[in-house]
Design a protein around this ligand. Structure first.
Ligand code: GLU
Length: 631
């Protein structure tokens, strides 16, 4: 892109383009003022747009190309237009056999469905460039006839020598020898005789300025240079004349892309900034044909945290790898949509429908740094969103398809000792239901199936004695839960981290047994936790805590604080007893998912471990006491 966007263009509009035309259809010569494309409402007022995604099957879909496809898709959908898929397979040598099929699969998975293109057809097909060769040849002929293009019979050897003489100017820097040497008819005859040749565009003295939706007006210098000739074989001038038709009869990207965008009635082209340097040449082609070009928006590159271009080495892995990891389609589309586009919504979490709703062409001018933390944030939030949706017929929103199935598959492959509780669930259906329950309880933490299973491993097997022993800690009341300025000093000075004896807490916990199976629900359980923390706190009055109470308001505040502290400690105890302290859903949700029988079983083992631990603590205290006495 270097050198093509003038400094002036980056700040002010070029004087050649009337400033009122900035958001108008200046390219088509219509200069009426239209609302800005950078708001969803403005965008709709311009529509309907016909856009396209035109991948070359020389690689798979990556984050960058997914973003290009998505941006084009969104503005077509938002404006009630059409989104096309076109396979640009003119570089046959670099074509990867399964790339086309994979592109279809990845786009379909991402929910980016094309209105016209391979598989679905359309009025302007075929949508694969290798099936349109005759169209390109006839268009190239048209340009030759009108003097905008010419046949070039130069051999590779000559071009190589030319490039060498001109010191790295490259094959594009051509001296137009053939154009000077042969008349159009002579050249046509030679071509008819089967003489190998290419067709080149004759670039004019000046490139037309490019008005880009993102970058404003940009101008490109024509590389027409003079070189001293060293031999009579070479002409001193050198031109940019790019090849339009290659010697194998295939068009180059430049010709095929322009011809197809025109014939397919594309109104807007959003693509990566790496294509910007070619666009002025494309404008030359549009002018030569007498066509109106579409509007262009060149979006910045994707960079990693160290501002290097995103590559395979730094996670620009193909879309299929994200899918295999268990990323949801809407997580990925949401993620790439936020790279280089800004919106005015309060939240970044957007479904595909939200993205369409909010679509605009407010693309950022610079490159975008990709933060993968955001990907996980979005994944968790989409999981939580799906958990609240009614079971949907849309497979891309269904937690059953997206997460339950992969989780069950992973569990089936897991070692027996890691899933004893899960294995005991009678039917396949029952197993799936159970996994869904765990998922719904902890959706906001869902990232990938392996991570989720690791995080929630005690939902699939009960903690064993050793795991409880390894994670046990003294029961202590924390009093920082409810701080008010009026009493905080007192609480501080009362050294309020009283240790609670297990024999004090365990009978309270045992009360869960009184909840009947039929009323084992979260409301009931939460009610019990409140009641038992109140009961417990009544046993620990302010005087027992060493606090002198001045008035009734203070008493109430302290009592509420102590009750909260008990509540918190009960939750901590339950987390230890049920899940060996692993973080997970809150206590009541955990107890509902595990079910009454399993909870009581786990509480009973925990009680044993805790009681033994208390006894051992007592013994240790006595030993220490004796030692101190004898000393
Ligand atoms: N075939 C080009 C590519 O592979 C298309 C570029 C464009 O959108 O014009 O990205």
């Amino acid at each position: 892109m270097k050198g093509i966007v003038s400094k002036a263009a980056r700040t002010v509009r070029s004087p050649r383009v009337c400033h009122r035309c900035r958001n108008s259809r200046s390219y088509s010569g219509i200069t009426e003022k239209l609302p800005s494309l950078s708001t969803p409402e403005g965008l709709r007022a311009h529509g309907p747009f016909r856009t396209r995604f035109a991948p070359s099957p020389t690689g798979y879909l990556h984050l960058g190309s997914l973003r290009t496809a998505l941006f084009n898709y969104l503005i077509a959908k938002a404006t009630g237009g059409q989104f096309l898929l076109r396979i640009e397979d003119t570089d046959q040598k670099r074509t990867i056999p399964d790339a086309e099929q994979r592109l279809f699969e990845d786009l379909e998975w991402a929910g980016i469905e094309w209105d016209e293109g391979p598989k679905v057809g359309g009025l302007y097909g075929p949508y694969k460039q290798s099936e349109r060769l005759a169209i390109y040849t006839s268009h190239a002929e048209q340009l030759i006839k009108s003097g905008h293009a010419y046949r070039c019979f130069c051999t590779q050897e000559r071009l190589h020598k030319l490039a060498q003489l001109r010191n790295t100017e490259g094959a594009a820097a051509y001296d137009r020898a053939c154009q000077r040497k042969y008349s159009i008819d002579q050249a046509a005859e030679m071509a008819a005789e089967g003489k190998p040749h290419v067709v080149r565009l004759k670039v004019p003295k000046k490139y037309p300025p490019l008005t880009d939706i993102v970058h404003g007006v940009a101008t490109k210098r024509v590389r027409a240079k003079k070189y001293p000739t060293t031999t009579t074989d070479f002409v001193p001038s050198s031109f940019d004349d790019p090849i339009l038709i290659k010697s194998d009869g295939f068009p180059t990207y430049h010709l095929a892309n322009v011809v197809d965008d025109h014939l397919m009635k594309i109104t807007h082209v959003i693509r990566g900034a790496e294509w910007m340097p070619s666009t002025p040449q494309h404008l030359v082609l549009y002018n030569a044909f007498g066509w109106t070009p579409p509007q262009f928006a060149h979006v910045g590159l994707l960079l990693d945290a160290s501002r290097a271009k995103l590559s395979k080495r730094n996670q620009d892995i193909d879309v299929a790898s994200y899918r295999k990891q268990g990323i949801f389609p809407e997580t990925l589309t949401n993620f790439v949509a936020l790279l280089g586009w800004s919106h005015t919504q309060k939240k970044d979490i957007m479904s595909m429908d939200d993205l369409i709703q909010n679509a605009s062409m407010k693309y950022t001018r610079g490159d975008s740094v990709v933060s993968f933390e955001k990907l996980w944030y979005l994944q968790k939030n989409h999981a939580a969103r799906y958990a609240l949706l009614p079971p949907s017929s849309n497979p891309s929103h269904s937690l059953i398809n997206l997460a339950v199935e992969p989780l069950v598959k992973l569990l089936n492959e897991a070692p027996a000792e890691d899933k004893s509780f899960f294995t005991a669930i009678p039917s396949e259906m029952g197993k799936k239901d159970y996994v869904l329950k765990v998922l719904l309880a902890d959706a906001i933490k869902y990232t990938t199936p392996p991570d989720f299973l690791e995080r929630n491993r005690f939902f699939f097997k009960a903690p064993v004695r050793a795991e409880l022993e390894a994670t046990i800690t003294p029961l202590q009341l924390g009093t920082t839960v409810l701080r008010t300025t009026a009493i905080s000093d007192k609480l501080e000075s009362a050294s309020l981290r009283p240790q609670i004896l297990p024999s004090h807490l365990l009978p309270i916990i045992a009360q869960f047994e009184q909840i009947e199976e039929s009323s084992w629900d979260s409301e009931e359980i939460r009610g019990w936790i409140n009641t038992i923390s109140l009961q417990a706190s009544l046993k620990l009055t302010p005087p027992e805590l060493g606090i002198k109470v001045e008035n009734e308001a203070e008493r109430e505040a302290i009592e509420a604080n102590v009750q909260k502290a008990w509540g918190k400690m009960i939750h901590e105890y339950l987390r230890w007893a049920l899940l060996a302290k692993m973080s997970g859903p809150e206590s009541a949700a955990t107890m509902i998912v595990l079910g009454r029988d399993e909870v009581l079983k786990r509480l009973s083992l925990a009680q044993e471990v805790m009681t033994e631990w208390e006894e051992q603590q007592e013994v240790e205290k006595e030993v220490v006491g004796e030692r101190t006495n004898t000393a």
